[in-house]
Design a protein around this ligand. Structure first.
Ligand SMILES: Nc1ncnc2c1ncn2[C@@H]1O[C@H](COP(=O)(O)OP(=O)(O)OP(=O)(O)O)[C@@H](O)[C@H]1O
Ligand SMILES: [Mg+2]
Length: 351
């Protein structure tokens, strides 16, 4: 290859390669890397020129693929992972060039791979969560059908369980629909005005009977300085109530009976509204906290399920708060107070 040709080819890889986010490089027949674009360093690491591509990728038969590519003269495709970051997933394509070198394109498929994995996990979780109550219902139907002489009291207790299981399925479907609705509209910030106090009171009223039954006391304090001027936030009333309701429902479920749940309104340093819900229970180990808003994530699956939980409550909370351009903070330790804080911007439309 003449010097002029070499210069042109180096320029083309760098120039065309700078247009794409994927790694684009050339190698010779023994896999030595000759030219690279900027993305190669990000995806494969430093000091690439002169090294072997097979040292940079986790793929056993790269030399065989290259040989096939040269002899067949056609594009070869393979899936691989870079050695410097084994969480990345790539699709590679090798194309033989007329001067004996080979052009290699490595497309970063990590995002697609993770989305696909999330979708598969989600379908598996939903199926599992629906199957458990359904199996139980079918079992009771079968037992009752085979025992027509069943005692009235046994029959009543079976029907009670069947009723609970059917309600659990119905709640799960409601929560899934709620989650999907909020997710679809998450990018559209709500335009209405919501009275925060009204929303808090509505959530407390809705759970008052439950709190009474478990002998919980719910204390509400508004410690903001100028509550008259700053009582409205930009939002959707039903969704804000849903956030407060879910957090209060958790506080009741996961705290010790006969304890006090503190609900307070205050402001943070940037002047945003802060709703804090504090409760005393077993608390949450630090390692679980970042995962609590994942769909179906429960610290103690058995216990939460026993209480009728689907593990979607906090996922819904997170998406509604995102939609309202707010933030959720969780603080807890085992055997310590648990605090869920919702930070929301006030309504500040000059019109
Ligand atoms: N106040 C709290 N104290 C201790 N643990 C909590 C608290 N709130 C939530 N958790 C933990 O976070 C998990 C997820 O909560 P989330 O509200 O998403 O689901 P759930 O309450 O189990 O079911 P659902 O809300 O869908 O009925 C719970 O299962 C529980 O382990
Ligand atoms: Mg919950």
């Amino acid at each position: 290859m003449s010097e002029k040709q070499k210069k042109t080819s180096v320029n083309s890889v760098q120039q065309f390669g700078s247009l794409i986010d994927d790694a684009f490089l050339t190698i010779d027949g023994d896999l030595t890397i000759k030219e690279i674009n900027g993305a190669c360093i990000r995806l494969l690491g430093e000091n690439l020129i002169g090294s072997s591509l097979s040292d940079k990728l986790i793929y056993n038969n790269l030399d065989t693929e290259v040989e096939t590519c040269i002899t067949s003269g056609s594009i070869i495709e393979f899936s691989t992972t870079p050695k410097i970051n084994q969480y990345r997933h790539m699709i590679g394509r090798i194309l033989p060039l007329s001067d004996g070198r080979l052009a290699v394109l490595l497309m970063d498929m990590t995002l697609q791979h993770n989305i696909e994995k999330m979708r598969r996990d989600f379908v598996a979780n939903v199926s599992h969560e629906l199957r458990s109550p359904l199996t139980s219902l079918l079992g009771f139907v079968e037992t009752m059908r085979n025992n027509l002489e069943m005692e009235q009291s046994v029959r009543e207790s079976f029907l009670k369980i069947m009723d609970e299981e059917a309600n659990r399925m119905s709640r799960l479907i409601d929560d899934l629909l709620s989650l999907s609705r909020v997710e679809i509209e998450e990018h559209i910030a709500p335009s209405g005005q919501v009275s925060v106090k009204e929303a808090v009171k509505s959530a407390i009223d809705a759970l008052a009977y439950r709190a009474d039954t478990s002998k919980h006391k719910i204390e509400f304090n508004d410690v903001r300085k100028n509550t008259e001027q700053t009582s409205q936030i930009r939002g959707d009333l039903d969704e804000i109530i849903e956030v407060f309701h879910n957090l209060l429902d958790n506080a009741l479920k996961y705290s010790y009976p006969s304890t006090t749940i503190d609900v307070s309104l205050s402001e943070n340093q940037t002047g945003n509204l802060v709703l804090a819900i504090k409760n005393n229970g077993d608390g949450i180990d630090e390692k679980h906290i970042p995962r609590l808003t994942e769909r179906f994530y429960r610290v103690d699956k058995g216990r939460s399920r026993q209480m009728g939980g689907t593990g979607l409550g906090l996922a819904i909370v997170k998406h509604i708060i995102n939609k309202h351009r707010g933030q959720l903070f969780i603080r807890s330790k085992p055997k310590h107070e648990t605090v869920f804080e919702v930070h929301l911007p006030y309504f500040s439309d000059p019109n």
